[in-house]
Design a protein around this ligand. Structure first.
Ligand code: G4P
Length: 557
């Protein structure tokens, strides 16, 4: 439960230009931000494209892909992306629709890049869970759902690809409810699927929106709409599907909970939509409804019980992602900041949570507006800005104005599943090796553990969620820092757990022979991390040592 803020909004501070930092309620109210979570191939790129199309941000579909093609062309290390045909980086896309300002946090879809995705979710106020209607829940969606739950994000479910043969909507609803313990509240309900897909019913207004196969690249034309009880309906969607629809409606009214926004905001219930992103059906219906029920820029808890409301008059924000060398000609380094309260203005001075008394000037914030990187003049709660990072910022840092010291809790790192020793075979390149590695660790491209040692200088072990991250690290070390590296997989281990409670309990357990076959490492803060061969071994050790608290991510110190 969110507690009342101890920090009441203070009087607006004036800037040198005489303006005010405060975000007006108008700017806060009209902002919505969300991230799409899905398994690769569920249609995230397609949906993103269609949303941007509605926002008028792009003129034709295909632009999202070509935008990333352009980026690929300008950036060296993204050759790897090209080779693998996947999207590695995540960005934030903004567009205007119907008076709203929408920020779409674009999370990388490939399963090996979940670390970045996890962090992006820390900046989101809503998640849209995209499900392939033929496949139902898939592994990556399950993983990401857990993160959304941890972050207490409201989740909107969009079942995609209804124009293809699909599982029954009741089956999908059941599956999600059963596996995620979250109630589904269908807002739209599909009529048929595949070749027989006829449209969706808006359960609220009892309006049937008929499906027309619009061209892939066009905005859907105005679709015919009919009342559920319109006598022409059976003819249009066939007698059989009409009967089925009436039956479904009755069942839904009886069996599923009505939409309850309070329960949506606490993640207990998920509004459910059906459509087909590729043929552009149901996307605008979803967008319109999302804008009315999606969570507005939310407040953020600090480490203690204090909460910063978006209407707090001072500027506050936190860094959730770092990225370097997007453009190799400029060697730029960006820190992505989620604005929590107040108003960002170009050139403003902020304080930094880790640097007492030092002010940092935010000169050139950038934002991705549709396809273009633009300099931002002002940003408000719910927005994400990319600020130049000459090395001041780390993931989890807070920046703020005003005399109240603000510090948001850090962002946890998630459990790595692949491990490898990394070596620099060329001692003369040591300086570059260190520099590159530090940068990549800062960005969180990988985590670094060490073999346990008293001086903290044990052999370094790279740890990642997926092995592709290792390839990226090696590729970038070579391309950006001119360093060849050697990786030796620490094979056999695939599960990491941070042991809470320090080394004492680990030493005791080791002496008692209870950690046989378990690799003991330490993280960069010197805390014990245990590597297991499999879940079974982990369960075994945990059963043997019930008092040992093992958690799958590193808490920020
Ligand atoms: P992703 O970003 O989640 O990985 O998925 P993406 O949008 O790239 O979509 C994956 C594939 O699914 C694409 O086909 C895309 O056209 C298709 N798709 C997306 N939404 C729908 C839908 O509503 N209906 C149908 N029938 N297909 C859909 P592809 O063959 O891999 O690529 P392409 O050649 O079509 O671009």
């Amino acid at each position: 439960p969110k507690t009342e803020p101890k920090l009441a909004p203070v009087a607006p501070t004036t800037t040198s230009k005489g303006g005010q930092w405060a975000a007006t309620p108008f700017e806060i109210d009209r902002r919505r931000n969300f991230a799409i979570i899905s398994h690769p191939d569920a249609g995230k790129t397609t949906l993103t494209e269609k949303l941007l199309l509605y926002g008028g941000a792009i003129q034709e579909a295909g632009a999202v892909r070509s935008r990333s093609d352009q980026r690929k062309a300008t950036s060296d290390w993204m050759e790897l992306e090209k080779q693998r045909g996947i999207s590695i980086t995540s960005t934030v896309l903004s567009f205007e629709y119907d008076g709203n300002h929408i920020n779409l946090l674009d999370t990388p879809g490939h399963q090996d890049f979940s670390e970045d995705t996890y962090r992006t979710l820390a900046a989101a106020d809503n998640a849209v869970m995209l499900v392939d209607a033929a496949k139902g829940l898939e592994p990556q969606t399950r993983k990401l759902f857990e993160v959304c739950k941890l972050r207490e994000l409201p989740i909107f479910t969009f079942v995609n690809k209804l124009d293809r043969p699909s599982l029954s909507p009741f089956e999908l609803l059941d599956q999600i409810e059963r596996e995620f313990g979250m109630k589904m509240a269908p807002v739209l309900w599909p009529i048929g699927d595949g070749e027989e897909f006829k449209g969706v019913l808006d359960r609220d207004t009892k309006t049937v929106h008929l499906f027309e196969r619009a061209g892939r690249t066009k905005k859907a034309t105005d679709m015919p709409e009919l009342d559920l009880h319109d006598p022409k309906l059976p003819e249009l969607i066939t007698e059989e599907l009409h009967e089925q629809l009436l039956e479904d409606v009755e069942m839904l009214d009886e069996l599923v909970e009505p939409l309850d926004m309070e329960r949506v905001l606490t993640g207990e219930q998920s509004p459910m939509f059906f459509g087909s992103a590729m043929t552009n059906f149901g996307v605008e219906l979803f967008l319109k409804r999302f804008l009315t029920i999606g969570q507005k820029p939310s407040s953020r808890r600090m480490g203690n019980a204090d909460v910063i409301l978006p209407g707090y008059n001072e500027f506050t924000g936190f860094v959730f992602k770092l990225q370097a060398n997007l453009d190799p000609r400029h060697r730029d380094r960006l820190a992505y900041v989620r604005v929590v309260s107040g108003r960002y203005e170009k050139g403003m001075k902020v304080q930094h949570s880790r640097m007492k008394g030092k002010q940092v000037t935010l000169a050139h914030a950038q934002q991705l507006f549709a396809q273009e990187r633009e300099t931002v003049l002002a940003a408000y709660p719910g927005d994400v800005i990319g600020i130049n990072n000459p090395g001041h910022f780390a993931i989890g840092d807070t920046i703020f104005t005003g005399s109240n010291k603000i510090r948001f809790p850090g962002i946890p790192s998630f459990s790595p599943e692949c491990f490898a020793y990394m070596r620099n075979p060329n001692p003369s390149k040591y300086k570059n090796y260190r520099k590159g590695l530090d940068q990549l660790l800062d960005e969180g491209a990988v985590q670094m553990l060490r073999e346990r040692s008293d001086d903290g200088n044990g052999n370094p072990i790279l740890a990642a969620v997926g092995t592709l991250q290792f390839d990226v690290v090696q590729h970038r070390m070579k391309a950006e820092y001119g360093v060849d590296t050697i990786l030796e997989p620490l094979s056999g281990y695939n599960t990491a757990r941070w042991a809470e409670g320090g080394w004492e309990s680990i030493d005791e357990a080791t002496k008692a022979g209870k950690l046989f076959g378990v690799f003991t490492a330490q993280d960069r803060f010197g805390r014990p991390v245990l590597l297991f061969r499999n879940e079974w071994k982990l369960a075994n050790v945990q059963g043997d040592l019930p008092q040992l608290e093992l958690i799958p991510w590193s808490r920020p110190p």
